[in-house]
Design a binder for this molecule. Sequence first.
Ligand SMILES: Cc1ncc(COP(=O)(O)O)c(C=O)c1O
Length: 308
Amino acid sequence: MDLSAITVFSGGEFRRYDEAKVGLLTHGLQYGTGCFEGIRGYWDAQDRELYLVLLREHYERLKISAKILMMEIPHTVDELIAITVELCKRNGFETDIYIRPCVFKSAEDIGVRLHNVPDHFAMIPVPFGNYLDTNKGLNVCTSSWRRADDTMAPPRAKITGLYVNSALAKSEAITNGFDEAILLSHDGHVAEGSAENLFLIRGGKLYTPDPSQNVLEGCTRKAIMTIAAHNCIEIVERSIDRGELYAAEELFFTGTAAGIAPIASIDRRVVGNGGVGTITRMLSETYQRAVRGKEAPFASWLTRTYMR
Ligand SMILES: Cc1ncc(COP(=O)(O)O)c(C=O)c1O
């Protein structure tokens, strides 16, 4: 990806990507002491508009992540939203994008800690297509890696260092011939994918691990539950056993990068009849329309960039 032409926001200023550098000894790089968000912008050619999705939810989560890491973001949520819109305008994007706001410990010295270390806030937008192939069902496996537990480092914060856990699981899955991994918690209950929340459908009800199951409280997770409730589908948040995944009629991931990604098989067992299930399809199609400004009940999720 050629990033040289991209304008980023770093240290309170808009700069070229190449001009915004960090030093080799930066704490955030050496110790993983940072947190971040992933935000989507969807370009709608018909409206000639770039719709930014769930900005407030993402920035409220970033504030919580930063608090957990004893960091201060020097902007309010409303200011962050305004900066995001300005950044996208300056880049003049007319394509789907992904925005990466991040805040990290910026001192360049030796000594792991959270206290008495200055922070740095930056926001980097990039053109971005599909993260997972959402047209075909994914073949997934249960990872041999367990999801990090809240007693080790809180998964409800989107902490950079925690993504080693995700990377181990993802690479294990891919090198073993699968598309994605599902991680169990230390106690053997289902947590989530490497960068996605997980839902299953059984008997017409939607099940997903509750927030105490070491999952990230996903923005797309919440959006999908809102669409489900709007369509009178019962939602159950509780701990889920691995065996229940094998018994599921439909299974799918949700995530900002992935969107709604149907799962075709788990641990070589076909999910349902192997195709994309009817409830998954309805939720996915509604979400796809919603993020491009085509679903009035969910219009409040979107911030317009150009307002043409
Ligand atoms: C570990 C993990 N779980 C779940 C999600 C999905 O969260 P969201 O829908 O907010 O992108 C992500 C992606 O951000 C993630 O990294």
